[in-house]
Design a protein around this ligand. Structure first.
Ligand SMILES: Cc1cc2nc3c(=O)[nH]c(=O)nc-3n(C[C@H](O)[C@H](O)[C@H](O)COP(=O)(O)OP(=O)(O)OC[C@H]3O[C@@H](n4cnc5c(N)ncnc54)[C@H](O)[C@@H]3O)c2cc1C
Length: 593
């Protein structure tokens, strides 16, 4: 396989599918610097001392308090990590932003307020704002003096965001008059600046910066939500709002660029926040399992509970490994560029769209698993409000819905890879052909090796080939009509998600032998369990996809190739999960780094 490493200034999204699993050059949590750890400490103190004690009050919808907390985050510099100093930011690397996002993700509803401010309001301005717009608005948002909101969805257009009805009528003096109603807007009830998407003359999808103070801007009532009660979600109503020409964000007719690049970063940061939330839940579950006695023993001593605790750690480990690997790619691409170079940031986010969608799906599904099992470990206490497990469970459910539903993101993952392959930007077609030859003339199986995780490295190579095989066959079978085959695309997405996760987890565990010797064995446990179980899931998804696309001898040939490829020797997952569970209980939380 090819081995194209990212250069200092450019990365190729999705290239990992065609590369060998190589340890050494991948960014991981173990490689955070002392400066990152100081930022982590500051953010942890902010969350534990200022957010968590105010949580119940925030749930009463005390938006003055929410505003004060946003300002406090501004004072601490937490909202300026992605912003050049010229606009009031502190211009740090994306790893710093991830450190902040992980901790703030532990702050319940406030995490949502903060995400709408940073990823959905500040980021589009950084990427697409004119110099005047940046000078006018960024400082206020970064300091927390102003709160931002992102208004894309409407009652009739959520997933189909480009179907928005909000209208922008161009005026003779160059300004625009906006009319329409946006739905489910985070920070809607108290934001000062709205990034609004509307169609100029009913046709050209465009982003606008709309101040709350403009005549005709108002918000509807707070939604009665399942969770996130401490985060404002309202309709935003625009009644003949006059918006000056200089408040067009990006170009007229190019609103989709603003919307989708912003969402790429939002998806990435959603996974970051989910990893923070999962850390908290694992600590809660570990403490409860250690304290709660049944049948004269702590429930943490039962194999069924150890299985849950161990599996929580495995899934978080895999998502965390993908997050940090993607962070490393982002930082590598941005490294040699000026802080204010918005072009490279936009290009990099677009380039890493597949990784961002993978993270969105994997992060949101990982945290829902963790929180569901946290409730289960708490038994009856998990179902009552006296324990945080109940609230976490409700708060998290929306993660699978917003920032593009998981169904839409699943379609984007293989869809984007195929589009790039057709433009010769990824070697998918050539690899699929090579694989067909390999199926007809299978090579000898490689010899066994005693090197750590050598079986897992080999299995991940097989996962990559399986993904290429399914995608290649899908392109051949359906051609341009592939977009209509959502079931096949979704299976392909599941294979790709598990492959990126397994690849990232294995690389990280291999690097841990030098980067984190004290937890290296636990990391190897987590990686080998992930690979073991992913092999089963990948086989099921691939079989279903192949049986949809081929029949007769063709199907038999492909299934035989699949069986050969995915001949993965099972590992003893019980002993490994128990070790992980005992570590989680012993350390009262998830600490694999
Ligand atoms: C708490 C909360 C906060 C939010 N914050 C914001 C915000 O700040 N800004 C903002 O703009 N929006 C926000 N949203 C809106 C959110 O982004 C949308 O709800 C989401 O995009 C889904 O749109 P929808 O609700 O219209 O569902 P629909 O698009 O109607 O989808 C319904 C179901 O159909 C599926 N589906 C739809 N189309 C397809 C398709 N082509 N193929 C296969 N399946 C499909 C979906 O996956 C889903 O399962 C928020 C929502 C909530 C609940």
């Amino acid at each position: 396989m090819a081995t194209t490493a990212p250069t200092a200034s450019t990365v190729t999204g999705g290239i990992w599918l065609f590369e060998d699993t190589n340890a050494g050059a991948t960014f991981t949590p173990e490689r955070l610097s002392d400066e990152h750890r100081l930022i982590d400490q500051t953010t942890e103190e902010f969350v534990s001392k200022e957010i968590m004690p105010n949580h119940d009050q925030l749930e009463t919808k005390d938006w003055d308090l929410a505003r004060r907390l946003v300002q406090r985050a501004g004072e601490l510099g937490l909202m300026g990590t992605d912003v050049p100093e010229a606009y009031g930011g502190i211009d740090l690397d994306k790893a710093s932003s991830v450190v902040v996002g992980t901790r703030v993700g532990q702050g319940g509803s406030f995490g949502s307020t903060f995400g709408a401010q940073t990823s959905l309001s500040i980021l589009p301005l950084v990427c697409f704002g004119t110099e005047t717009q940046k000078q006018k608005y960024l400082g206020k948002l970064v300091s927390g003096e102003w709160v931002g909101a992102y208004c894309l969805s409407e009652s009739g257009s959520g997933s189909d965001a480009l179907g928005a009805k909000t209208h922008a009528a161009r005026q003779d003096d160059g300004s625009y008059v906006l009319s329409g109603e946006k739905m489910w807007i985070t920070n809607g009830g108290f934001a000062d600046l709205y990034v609004v998407f509307a169609k100029v003359d009913g046709e050209h999808f465009t982003a606008f910066l709309v101040e709350r103070g403009y005549s005709g801007v108002s918000n509807g009532k707070e939604e009665h939500k399942m969770g996130l009660h401490g985060s404002s979600t309202t309709p935003v109503i625009l009644q003949d709002v006059n918006v000056p020409a200089e408040n067009v964000l990006g170009d007229v007719g190019k609103g989709h660029k603003v919307a989708f690049n912003t969402l790429n970063y939002g998806r990435f940061k959603l996974a970051v926040a989910a990893s923070g939330g999962a850390q908290v839940a694992i600590a809660e579950a570990a403490r409860y399992a250690a304290e709660r006695h049944q049948f004269g023993r702590p429930i943490a001593s039962f194999g069924a509970i150890k299985h849950k605790l161990g599996e929580m750690a495995v899934r978080l480990f895999a998502v965390e490994s993908m997050i940090f690997r993607t962070t490393g790619l982002l930082d590598a691409s941005l490294a040699d560029h000026d802080a204010g170079d918005a072009d490279i940031l936009r290009e990099t986010l677009e380039e890493l769209a597949v990784e961002c969608s993978i993270l969105k799906v994997a992060g949101s599904e990982m945290i829902d698993y963790v929180l569901d099992e946290n409730v289960q470990i708490h038994g009856g206490n998990g179902f009552v409000k006296d324990y945080a497990a109940e609230r976490h469970y409700r708060d998290s459910r929306v993660n699978r819905i917003f920032e593009g539903t998981n169904e839409i993101n699943r379609l984007l993952i293989p869809g984007t890879l195929v589009r790039r392959a057709l433009k010769d930007r990824l070697p998918l077609i050539a690899e699929a052909r090579r694989l067909q030859d390999e199926i007809m003339n299978p090579p000898a199986l490689p010899e066994d090796s005693d090197a750590p995780l050598s079986d897992q490295v080999r299995s991940v190579g097989a996962f990559k080939k399986t993904a290429v095989m399914v995608l290649g066959l899908a392109m051949q079978r359906y051609g341009e009509k592939l977009t209509d085959e959502q079931e096949v695309l979704s299976w392909a997405a599941d294979i790709l998600i598990d492959t990126f996760a397994a690849d990232s987890a294995v690389v990280r565990a291999l690097q841990a032998s030098t980067d984190a010797p004290t937890t290296a064995l636990l990391q190897q446990d987590a990686a080998s369990i992930y690979v073991n179980d992913a092999a089963g899931r990948i086989e099921t998804a691939a079989k279903s996809a192949l049986a949809t696309m081929a029949e007769g001898d063709d199907l038999r040939l492909n299934l035989a190739a699949l069986r050969r490829l995915l001949k993965v020797t099972p590992v003893n997952t019980v002993v490994r999960r128990r070790r992980l569970a005992d570590a989680v209980v012993g350390r009262a939380g998830y600490t694999l780094n």
